[in-house]
Design a protein around this ligand. Structure first.
Ligand code: ATP
Length: 306
């Protein structure tokens, strides 16, 4: 009986490991709120990454055929540049990031990376070149170090710590009694939205992907946290093709081009300064957000003087 119990224990261990692996993947999909409905086409080849240029060419897309979400969207993210997509809630911003990752297929036009249609390449090779910092990162029930190292399992301890430093989360981690060995996730220490996002950035820094996609948090962060995250993002976006899905405008000021999406079409495009000059939708959004930030600061002042 003793002899049998060892392998059984072992099988239990392996099972739990696999189970954890599945949970990770399930969490990833849950997090992105999508089902895995897209499969590799027969004979799909690996994506050959050159400079990492992204092109959306006349993209049409609908989740439900009755309700088109993107109606002929065209834009390029040149290699090493940063393009931001902004627009009212529900305009289809996050949909663009899902199409790049090929969680769904377009119904017209194409999405290409370095001239290769994402439908023609293997999903594994596609997803390997895109680093994604999602809106809300699900942390695994493991240590902070594990959660960061997930970006590149072969990374050394020093590399994990360095990534945390660049992501502006090193000080915070070191302030915890167990440091990088602190258990986090559902059953461990619960991190704030901003802390989680910086852990996700550290993970992405380790992965060091040629293409970076940021789906910015919708929820408002306090100014200090926002600045820290901004600094971390600027660092990781440096010299990398970056697509920012922005729900707030403060993050897009330095983008090489800003695309303003409205009702599934590109309403305006240009740099921050150019768009302000156009005095259109972007300028109105910008003024509204600035007023909101000022009102919030005022409110805080009043509260603090109480
Ligand atoms: P927000 O700024 O509020 O996050 P967004 O511009 O990112 O909005 P998307 O998430 O791209 O908007 O959604 C665009 C539209 O598509 C929305 O009206 C949304 O309800 C719809 N939609 C999003 N995901 C799905 C889905 N899985 N199935 C059906 N409709 C969806």
């Amino acid at each position: 009986l003793m002899q049998l119990s060892v392998p059984l224990n072992f099988i239990g261990f392996v099972y739990r490991e696999i189970r954890q692996g599945l949970t990770d993947i399930e969490q990833m999909f849950e997090l992105l709120d999508v089902k895995a409905e897209v499969v590799d086409k027969p004979g799909a080849v690996d994506l050959k990454i050159q400079n990492g240029e992204i092109e959306f060419d006349n993209v049409h897309f609908a989740y439900d055929p009755q309700r088109p979400i993107l109606k002929g969207i065209s834009f390029k993210v040149p290699a090493g540049k940063t393009i931001a997509v902004v627009g009212p809630s529900g305009a289809g911003k996050s949909t663009i990031s899902r199409l790049l990752y090929r969680f769904y297929d377009v119904q017209g036009g194409s999405v290409k990376i370095d001239g290769q249609d994402v439908r023609d390449v293997t999903q594994t090779s596609l997803r390997a070149v895109i680093g994604m910092v999602p809106q809300d990162t699900v942390l695994f029930n493991d240590t902070i170090a594990y959660n960061i190292r997930y970006g590149r399992p072969s990374a050394t301890e020093a590399e994990v710590e360095q990534a945390a430093e660049i992501a502006q989360v090193g000080n915070f981690i070191r302030s915890l009694p167990e440091g990088f060995k602190t258990m986090v996730g559902e059953r461990g220490l619960k991190l704030s939205g901003g802390e989680k996002q910086r852990v996700a950035i550290a993970r992405t820094i380790l992965k060091s992907p040629p293409i970076l996609m940021l789906d910015e948090a919708t929820s408002a962060l306090d100014t200090g946290t926002e600045q820290e995250i901004q600094a971390a993002l600027d660092e990781v976006a440096k010299n990398r093709t970056t697509l920012i899905i922005a729900h707030r405008l403060s993050t897009v000021i330095n983008a090489d081009e800003i695309i303003v999406l409205k009702d599934g079409e590109i309403a305006e495009r240009g740099t921050h300064a150019e768009l302000l000059e156009q005095k259109g939708l972007y300028e109105r959004m910008w003024n509204r957000q600035r007023e909101a930030v000022q009102a919030e600061a005022k409110l805080k002042e009043v509260r603090e003087s109480d």
